[in-house]
Design a protein around this ligand. Structure first.
Ligand code: CAA
Length: 388
């Protein structure tokens, strides 16, 4: 496959990448178009990923995970995204956000109750930060948490929650400061929410352009009573926890985008060799060759940035700037590459008979969620001045 020898990988990294590729081509790719068309979540997906250990890839073995490095995790995620970006986002959110928050800031008791079963894939995780009026300006969220004895009472609506209707554990951010004394990002806590809590409700399920077999829902907390034991860490540091976890999450979305872009390239290379116009395969025309060369070169650049950022994380370095760069470059590459793919396929690229139409729709959200491209540029620019 194109790019297989581009990175210097260990035998274990190659083996896990190949395992993910083989699994994705057998179990995920054949169903992707049908699930997309029906906007249907594949109920068997979580169990199959769990069997492979893919829902605990970054969790140490002492907490029932696989204890793998970030590079290996992203290689596997990229292969899943190559087959179906909807399946990849399930893996990305679960591995990068709620499980990482529990690993870093959870108490021993929280790790036993939630992290272990999540690492084994018996509980699926979700992450609830955004709200109808707080997207890019995440610190402006308004869901209120009020302490009442040994419980917290949460009221508000969370938006754009990937897997919010199928997850068993949702890490949700809510304000712990008082309405009379707002403290911005320093007045937010992170809560472990389970769907059985009194006052937990599901809101609107979104009807999306792409990633149609990955459910995205609103969650409505109506005086939802959360045991104090479900507060994660410090009640005023939840925003920082969320931001720091998004540094990791953005690498996952970048890997997803690279998988989408690689799929668009692979399909385009094959199509351009088959499709004949003016008496020859269209790959003979320089107009097509230049598109394919630019697609491949941009993907190589995005992947190099992504895996360099992942290696920096594995060395224990702060990756805020690198992960923002990786997400920015990968998502814009995915959108650009899938646009070129549709163009190479011409009319056939505009219909559902070929996969590039779905890839084009799936690519778009990578420029939006886990921080828009504009937010990634802000993060990079701030880091250049040493801010935050
Ligand atoms: N790591 C650690 N701490 C961080 C941090 C990071 N990467 N970024 C910020 N912080 C800390 C700051 O140090 C600061 O802490 P102190 O108060 O102690 O100084 C605090 O967080 C507030 O930081 P800022 O003042 O920089 O916050 P801000 O309000 O200016 O916002 C922002 C910064 C970059 C714009 C941020 O709001 C942001 O990233 N917005 C985009 C939100 C986003 O990505 N949402 C995705 C939702 S998840 C999703 O998409 C759904 C899904 O399921 C896939």
């Amino acid at each position: 496959m194109i790019f297989d020898n581009f990175l210097s990988l260990s035998d274990e990294q190659r083996a896990i990448r190949d395992l993910a590729r083989d699994f994705a081509s057998r179990e995920i790719a054949p169903k992707a178009a049908e699930l997309d068309d029906a906007a249907k979540f594949d109920d068997s997906l979580t169990g199959k990923l769990a069997e492979l250990g893919f829902l605990g890839m970054l969790i140490p073995e002492e907490y029932d995970g696989m204890g793998l490095d970030t590079v290996t995790y992203l290689l596997a995620l990229e292969e899943i995204a190559f087959a179906d970006a909807s399946a990849a986002v399930l893996m990305s959110v679960h591995n990068s956000l709620p499980t990482q928050m529990l690993l870093r800031w959870g108490s021993d008791e929280q790790k036993d109750r939630f992290l272990r079963p999540m690492a084994r894939g018996e509980m699926l995780g979700a992450f609830a930060l955004s709200e109808p009026d707080a997207g890019s300006d995440a610190a402006a969220l308004s869901t209120q948490a009020r302490q009442d004895g040994d419980e917290w009472v949460l009221s508000g609506t969370k938006s754009w929650v990937t897997n919010g209707n199928v997850a068993q554990v949702i890490v949700a951010m809510a304000r712990t400061d008082s309405p009379d004394d707002r403290k911005g990002g320093r007045g937010i806590g992170a809560f472990i929410v389970t769907p059985d809590l009194p006052g937990f409700g599901l809101g609107k399920k979104e009807n999306k352009m792409g990633l149609r077999s990955s459910p995205t829902v609103q969650l409505v907390f109506d005086d939802m009573r959360v045991p104090a034991a479900n507060l994660l860490g410090d009640p005023s540091r939840g925003f920082t926890y969320a931001m720091s976890s998004l540094d990791q999450g953005r690498l996952g979305i970048a890997a997803q985008a690279c998988g989408i872009a690689r799929a668009a390239l692979q399909h385009s290379v094959a199509y351009a060799a088959d499709r004949r116009q003016f008496g020859r395969p269209i790959r003979d025309f320089q107009a097509i060759q230049f598109k394919l060369a630019d697609m491949a070169s941009k993907i190589a650049a995005a992947r190099a940035t992504l895996y360099a950022a992942a290696a920096a994380r594995d060395r224990g370095e702060r990756i805020t700037m690198y992960s923002a760069m990786a997400k920015l470059l990968s998502s814009e590459t995915a959108m650009w590459t899938t646009t070129q793919a549709v163009q190479i396929f011409g009319g056939y690229g505009y219909v559902k008979d070929y996969p590039v139409e779905r890839l084009f729709r799936d690519a778009k959200v990578t420029e939006i969620y886990e921080g828009t491209s504009e937010i990634q540029r802000i993060v990079v620019a701030r880091q250049l001045y040493g801010d935050r």
